[in-house]
Design a protein around this ligand. Structure first.
Ligand code: ADP
Ligand code: MG
Length: 490
């Protein structure tokens, strides 16, 4: 059988279940001992054989299914195929009895993620982690993070099966992994970021998988306010700076929420702007009507003259009339290009790996990146995003500090406008007038935009408040409320 599969099962009689929910036809149980157990609907031997015949007959139409644009279209095609097969073999009545289960496995195997399908469809799963083919796959859960990595009841079992699984996963990102290119990184259409190693070329214990998942609907500024990641006055401050086409930097460690912060801050940016994004691995989801998304091109085997890197894309972006440029992540010398491009007048936002703002800025100023003081002055603000353990032991994300950067005679100086206080779970400064006193950039912005600061900031805070009150979590809802700020959009 081509699309053979093993249904996941779990004995929940012996464990203490602390949470459970359905993902499609499957059930998920979270236990008190840190397990994530999946129970999928069983198929009888006869049903399994019927499934085998159906999927066998589907082989010819796979290229056709591949070309269909949306999952809905693909699913529709599969459903039609099931009923046609049932009719051709005179088994309509029998098939109607187990159609839902049959459909579940056909989708899981033919267009889905196979044994990882539930994990991919569960929005509460934040990361999927597989270190060894013979051990349980792990997950990081958005709501049950107190036990850190939960153990699932998925074990791939054999090294070669895991290798073919790893290849299949990479296909979802349009890339391929093999002996000569044993480490690959890509993003799926749904923007899940998949990193795999193939065979035991570079990973001692055989193939590995790491998947970073984003929620199916990207977080907006409303989510971040609701979670307590950022306060309203902080969001309003960044919003007004973005409006003035400021250049800002998000600093933080891997998984701290940098990309998410950029995405959600952009939900506040002028809806009529033309936004340019530049990334190595596409993750950003910018909601604006006019977005040019650029990504680097690398050749699969060796470095080649045809490669197009971040630096070249930044150069090219200058000729594309952006209002705002986002460079997903900067690591090395391309930061220089980014600072230079910031000098040309459009706004910009980028993220950089680091444990705090100061050390990130020091790194930018030192060899080999070497950003000169005259360029450092172009930076307006930096935010430090962190993942912390909350009082209940669960993971929380907070902006640890929001620092304004101002030019001085011999370089730059940072003023921490907001600093997170773990004891009170708040960010200090919460008064518009006090903020205006403390911030030089705001006063400059007021001149640029021709606004009266106090009332302008209050208006922004009010609109952010409305987002929370109206539970505007979807991007169109957020846009609908925040665009009231811009008088030219009605
Ligand atoms: N403020 C937040 N609140 C809750 N979850 C978050 C928050 N920011 C990020 N996440 C989740 O954490 C994971 C990592 O976030 P990401 O933005 O990719 O981090 P980074 O870019 O720093 O590596 C994602 O699954 C994301 O949905
Ligand atoms: Mg990121």
């Amino acid at each position: 059988m081509v699309f053979k599969f093993t249904a996941l099962d779990a004995d929940i009689g012996q464990v203490q279940v602390i949470d459970h929910y359905d993902i499609g036809e499957a059930k998920v149980y979270i236990t008190s001992t840190g397990q994530y157990l999946i129970k999928e609907p069983p198929l009888s031997q006869e049903e399994y054989e019927f499934y085998g015949t159906i999927t066998e007959h589907l082989m010819n139409s796979l290229p056709f299914i591949d070309k269909l644009e949306t999952d809905e279209e693909k699913i529709h095609h599969l459903e039609t195929h099931i009923w046609k097969e049932a009719q051709d073999t005179g088994q309509v009545e029998k098939v109607s009895k187990f159609f839902d289960r049959l459909r579940y496995y056909i989708i899981r195997e033919v267009i889905g993620y196979g044994i990882f399908d539930v994990l991919i469809h569960d929005d509460d799963v934040e990361e999927v982690l597989a270190e060894r083919f013979d051990r349980n796959v792990g997950v990081i859960h958005r709501r049950h993070s107190e036990a850190h990595i939960l153990d699932t009841n998925i074990v791939i079992g054999k090294s070669d099966e895991m290798n073919s699984y790893v290849s299949r996963l990479m296909q979802k990102t349009g890339k391929s992994v093999n002996i000569s290119k044993p480490i690959m990184d890509g993003t799926t259409k749904a923007k899940h970021r998949i990193t795999v190693t193939f065979s035991n070329e570079v990973s001692l214990n055989g193939p590995t998988v790491t998947i970073r998942k984003f929620p199916s609907k990207p977080y907006t500024i409303t989510h971040l306010l609701q979670f307590g990641t950022i306060s309203k006055i902080m969001a309003a401050y960044i919003w007004v700076l973005i409006d003035a086409k400021a250049f800002g930097l998000i600093v933080g460690e891997t998984g701290s929420g940098k990309t998410t912060l950029i995405n959600s801050l952009m939900t506040m940016a002028n809806p009529r702007w033309r936004i340019l994004t530049i990334e190595e691995t596409p993750e950003l989801q910018i909601p604006h009507k006019r977005v040019v998304s650029l990504k680097t091109r690398t050749s699969p085997l060796i470095r080649s003259d045809n490669d197009i890197g971040i630096m070249e894309l930044i150069k090219a972006s200058l000729r594309m009339r952006p209002d705002f440029v986002i460079v997903g992540e900067v690591r090395g010398e391309e930061a220089n290009e980014m600072f230079q491009s910031a000098a040309t007048g459009h706004g910009g936002l980028s993220s950089i790996h680091g444990s705090d703002i100061k050390s990130a800025l020091t790194r930018l100023a030192a060899e080999p990146i070497n950003i000169k003081p005259s360029q450092q002055m172009l930076l307006w603000f930096a935010a430090h995003s962190t993942r912390l353990k909350g009082s209940d032991g669960k993971a929380i994300r907070r902006i640890r500090s929001l620092t304004e950067i101002n030019p001085t005679e011999d370089g730059i100086a940072g003023t921490d406008l907001f600093s997170y206080d773990r004891r009170t779970d708040s960010f200090g400064l919460d008064d518009v007038e006090e903020l205006i006193k403390k911030s030089k950039r705001l006063n400059h912005v007021a001149e640029l935009l021709g606004v009266e600061l106090v009332s302008d900031m209050q208006k922004r805070i009010q609109l952010l408040d409305q987002c929370l009150e109206k539970k505007a979590y979807d991007i169109p809802q957020v846009f609908e409320i925040l665009k009231k700020y811009y008088s030219f959009v009605d």
